[in-house]
Design a protein around this ligand. Structure first.
Ligand code: 5RP
Length: 233
């Protein structure tokens, strides 16, 4: 079993590789989480060396770090035109489909990924799986009103246990004021079909399934980084 500390070097290595794709004058989508944090700090170093960048943060946590690093933030209310977005993931399958939302920022993360000309995903090797699901539940952001009914519908569709996410004994609230339910699905063999079916359920704001969005996956391993560009037909 690898410790969190053991995984920090592969995470950092992947983040540093991704930052090589950032050029002067770009608008960068800034992901959330412990891997994305390395990327934000590396961008700060680029700024201190004279590069001009602007950032679109996917969470308040990332916004605070980005500002500490001297990254000028673009108002999220503006129409977003993002050159490259860099973010972590909780699981990645061989088709570069993702489960995201472990940190609860999936809604902004998906909007930013969708608005980016290039979406780069940075992970350590433990996030790569043959099939999504199993070891990591699928986070789904739901409207508080009638969330129990929404959860029941998700349960019926997926035939899986649905658990309301809590923090400190109270329901976790997203930055958009919604709730998150974690769906314990054994395996997601057809992520696109599942995403489409979930999006038919009233009360679901967004799912943590990111299907067909990754342009480049960078995996940090004990022996360096591996890059996997998307192959789209
Ligand atoms: C937050 C996310 C994160 O990208 C995901 O949880 C991975 O985080 P970490 O890099 O800390 O493992 O989706 O909503």
């Amino acid at each position: 079993m690898m410790s969190t500390q053991d995984l920090d070097s592969p995470k950092k290595a992947a983040a540093l590789k991704a930052v090589e794709f950032v050029r002067d004058g770009m608008v960068v989508g800034l992901g959330t989480g412990s891997t994305a944090k390395h990327m934000v700090i590396a961008l700060g170093e680029k700024i201190r060396s004279g590069m001009r960048l602007r950032g679109v943060p996917t969470s308040k946590e990332t916004a605070v770090l980005a500002q500490q690093q001297g990254i000028v933030l673009i108002d999220a209310d503006n129409a977003l035109v993002i050159d490259v977005a860099i973010d972590g993931a909780d699981q990645v399958d061989p088709g570069l489909n993702l489960i995201k939302g472990g940190g609860g920022a999936l809604l902004k993360e998906k909007i930013v990924a969708a608005s980016a000309k290039q979406f780069i995903v940075v992970v350590d090797h433990t996030k790569c799986v043959s099939v999504l699901g199993g070891s990591f539940p699928l986070p789904i952001e739901v409207i508080p009103f009638g969330w129990g009914s929404t959860a029941r519908e998700i349960e019926a569709l997926t035939q899986s246990r649905v658990v309301l996410r809590e923090r400190n004994g109270v329901p976790f609230t997203t930055e958009a004021g919604n709730m998150i339910v974690d769906v314990h699905i054994a395996r997601i063999d057809q992520p696109r079909n599942l995403e489409i079916a979930l999006n038919q359920i009233p009360g679901i704001v967004e799912t943590g399934l990111f299907v067909g969005r990754t342009d480049l996956l960078i995996v940090g391993t004990a022996n360096g980084v591996e890059s996997h560009p998307a192959t789209r037909t």
